[in-house]
Design a protein around this ligand. Structure first.
Ligand code: 5GP
Ligand code: MN
Length: 341
């Protein structure tokens, strides 16, 4: 049996909202990852099984290694179809906000969702949720939003409405937010849930393969390049830094999501506890941070780059050039030395 994490009052409130409303929109964060798309499509499949009219809307493109999820092709991309996204959000009676804690995280959809008339429900696992929803289900102690979706459905007593595509999406989200169950994954509940998902007919080995063994040859070559040419180690700070300019990336046929996971690799080096990946995008610089143990990657991201996230996985944005972002990163390290060593 699963321990009860979500408050009973929240479950009852959410159940009523689902019963009463038919037009439902699910939104998730910009540059959606496996957990964002997995939790959103899982909830979509569940609500569709209930006979609801459901749309998943994301601010921008998601990595192609998630395309195999059933109905991934139905997801509305806010940057490609801004009018449809806006009209659909405005027409929704109920809006689920999944895998983000602050409306800033949905980029250009922020004001549309903020002003939308539909009731809003957040289901998320990032610390310090912004108070913009009618119902906030926030559990930073849970390693993925997809796990929360499983718990949410079960607690409503509707596990029978979890079909195989829904179970596949939940599994994929749980898997990607724990690095295939290599971090944040010591809770026995995770393996109980996986057992339940297997009973629904998922093939976990196949899902792992679809997500992790579908790299283009360009990505694998890019990985070789960044590790050989672009990784700097600051051993006195137990820190690694990888940087990538647009010019460098261009040589490797850039695709959405093709740098995902690179930031984790330097943590496999003995004595490295903090890893940063700073990459230039069209009009800005994006940063990803990972840490081992107690080093607060989210605090670093928040204080230095106005970002956030979890203790061991965080990110931020920098509006300036790549060199300035790198200089800011390097200059900040001495201030965190006491936490790094
Ligand atoms: P990633 O490195 O995979 O892009 O991001 C890791 C985690 O950091 C995400 O799951 C998210 O929680 C957080 N994150 C990434 N970028 C940002 C950002 O710009 N702002 C905030 N608040 N969190 C971010
Ligand atoms: Mn997540």
């Amino acid at each position: 049996m699963l321990n009860k994490i979500i408050a009973e009052e929240s479950i009852q409130k959410a159940k009523k909202l689902i019963d009463k409303n038919d037009k439902i929109v699910i939104v998730t964060h910009v540059s959606p990852d496996g957990d964002a798309i997995g939790s959103s499509l899982a909830l979509y499949h569940f609500l569709t099984e209930l006979g609801k009219q459901v749309n998943v809307i994301v601010p921008n493109e998601f990595p192609r290694f998630l395309n195999w999820m059933v109905d991934a092709g139905e997801i509305i991309l806010g940057d490609r179809s801004p009018e449809i996204a806006q009209e659909t959000i405005e027409a929704a009676e109920l809006i689920f906000c999944l895998d983000f804690n602050d409306l800033k995280r949905i980029s250009q959809l922020e004001s549309i969702v903020r002003e939308a008339h539909g009731k809003k429900v957040m289901i998320d696992h990032h610390p310090s949720p912004e108070n913009f929803c009618d119902l906030t289900i926030s559990h930073p102690e849970i390693s993925s939003t997809s796990e929360l979706i499983f718990r949410f459905i079960c607690r409503m007593g509707m596990f029978e409405y979890v079909d195989k595509p829904c179970a596949e999406c939940i599994y994929a989200g749980m898997m990607t937010d724990t690095g295939a169950f290599t971090y944040n994954s010591n809770s026995p509940a995770i393996y109980y849930i996986i057992g339940e998902l297997l009973e629904k007919g998922i093939n976990k080995d196949d899902i792992h393969s679809k997500v992790y063994d579908s790299c283009s040859k360009y990505r694998v070559r890019l990985q070789g390049f960044i590790l050989h040419e672009k990784m700097q180690l600051f051993e006195e700070y137990k820190t690694s830094l990888i940087t990538l300019s647009l010019e460098e990336h261009k040589k490797f046929n850039p695709q959405k999501g093709d740098t995902e996971g690179f930031v984790n690799i330097p943590l496999s080096i003995e004595n490295i506890v903090f890893s940063a990946f700073i990459r230039e995008e069209k009009d800005m610089v994006r940063l990803s941070f990972r840490s081992r143990g107690n080093f607060p990657a989210n605090q670093f991201a928040g204080e230095i780059f106005n970002g956030g996230g979890h203790l061991n996985a965080s990110g931020g944005e920098f509006y300036g050039n790549l060199e300035d972002a790198i200089a800011l990163f390097k200059a900040a390290l001495p201030r965190y030395k006491h936490l790094l060593i």
